[in-house]
Design a protein around this ligand. Structure first.
Ligand SMILES: Nc1ncnc2c1ncn2[C@@H]1O[C@H](COP(=O)(O)OP(=O)(O)OP(=O)(O)O)[C@@H](O)[C@H]1O
Length: 359
């Protein structure tokens, strides 16, 4: 799939920017703080309804503006063109598709954007939340049952946590329906996550063998968030006292995690910062390639600040691979990265929130 047009209003320093995009590689170059990453952020928003920058929720809205919006024309591999819109007025987000109001999940389901950026090493070195988000975004795009199980799970979790925080401990009968709902939906979520990871493993293996051959074969480990041989319902009942003391639910799908283990670097701490980044890049590319296998088209791939994140040979290898599969690639840099000076690429100069095509 590819973006044909992108219009961004009220997002950080982009007051009103409108561009047409070509297939293949597009580079956004300009000085620090010019607004390059914000362009990628806008594309990513259409696919995730959040930014990839930590804590960006409120900072996204341009200072002094009362609304932000991103509009795009998205062309699918089969020729379908969808008009997508995402706007935020105050704290409320609103999605549109082809002029009609749509839910955020419909919008996110239509448009797939993956991003490798300076914060991506958090996928490997950071907390479990980032890894669950990565996993669930992938599962959502290939397993249709996932979203309803996930929503039901979140609702039941919220209800149980409210009971756990009540001033006087509520009777057991109030917990039972929510614990039964958590049990049922967690087993669906767990099954779909397992299925997704099983499909992802060969893609991760190939991507990491290409990026980090010196670390040897790779294994992915998954922890579902509660002990293996017991049902979540039974555990929730037996651990209710402990959860009451803590004021929240301490086990379940919301505590799941996964990790990557290399034969020659069995602990996360064995990886250098550069190796963490390459591992995160491998995970991003693997997710994109599994998406392509299942959905018949590559997601749009954003590479933020490519030249400062990867050495030249890795930059060239990644861009060549993405060119060879025909993915649309949006790259930022203070200069056009050397690896992109060979082969076709369109360049926009970005300056103080204005985007001007150069080539
Ligand atoms: N809410 C906001 N309102 C207005 N301007 C903002 C807001 N948030 C950030 N900015 C400014 O917008 C610009 C956004 O920069 P962005 O991160 O997109 O730049 P960049 O070109 O990628 O920079 P770098 O090369 O330094 O990574 C910065 O100048 C920043 O100070």
């Amino acid at each position: 799939m590819r973006l044909e047009t992108l219009r961004i209003r009220g997002l950080r320093c982009l007051a009103d920017a409108s561009i047409s995009l070509e297939p293949g590689v597009t580079v956004f170059s300009g000085a620090n703080g010019a607004g390059k990453t914000s362009v990628l952020e806008a594309a990513f928003l259409l696919s995730h309804a959040r930014s990839f920058r930590a804590g960006a929720k409120d900072a996204l809205l341009q200072r002094g503006a009362d609304a932000l919006s991103v509009f795009a024309e998205l062309r699918h591999e089969d020729g379908r063109v969808r008009r997508l819109g995402l706007g935020r007025q105050g704290a409320r987000w609103e999605a549109k598709m082809d002029g009609e109001t749509a839910s955020l999940s419909e919008l996110v389901g239509e448009c797939a954007v993956v991003c490798f950026e300076p914060g991506s090493h958090a996928l490997i070195a950071g907390g479990a939340e980032e890894r669950r988000r990565y996993l669930d975004w992938g599962v959502f795009h290939v397993e249709h049952e996932f979203i309803s199980a996930w929503r039901r799970y979140q609702r039941a979790l919220k209800q149980r946590n409210t009971l756990l925080r009540a001033a006087t401990p509520p009777p057991e009968a109030l917990f039972l329906p929510w614990e039964a709902e958590l049990d049922a939906t967690a087993s669906t979520i767990d099954r779909l996550r397992e299925l997704y990871l099983a499909a992802l493993r060969p893609h991760i293996g190939r991507a990491l063998a290409g990026l980090l051959p010196e670390l040897g074969p790779v294994e992915m480990r998954y922890r579902r968030g509660w002990a293996d041989d017991v049902s979540l319902g039974e555990l929730l009942a037996s651990q209710r006292g402990r959860d009451l003391a803590r004021g929240h639910t301490t086990i379940g799908s919301h505590r799941a995690d996964w990790s990557i283990v290399f034969e020659h670097a069995p602990l996360r701490e064995h990886l250098s910062r550069g190796q963490e980044k390459l591992t995160a890049l491998g995970c991003t590319l693997a997710q994109a390639s599994l998406y392509a296998e299942r959905r018949g088209e590559w997601p749009i791939v954003c590479l933020d600040d490519l030249a400062s994140e990867l050495d030249k040979s890795h930059q060239a290898a990644v861009v060549d691979q993405l060119r060879s599969v025909g993915a649309q690639v949006l790259v930022t840099g203070t200069e056009v990265p050397e690896a992109l000076q060979v082969g076709p690429a369109r360049v926009f100069h970005v300056e103080q929130g204005l985007l001007n095509p150069l080539l």
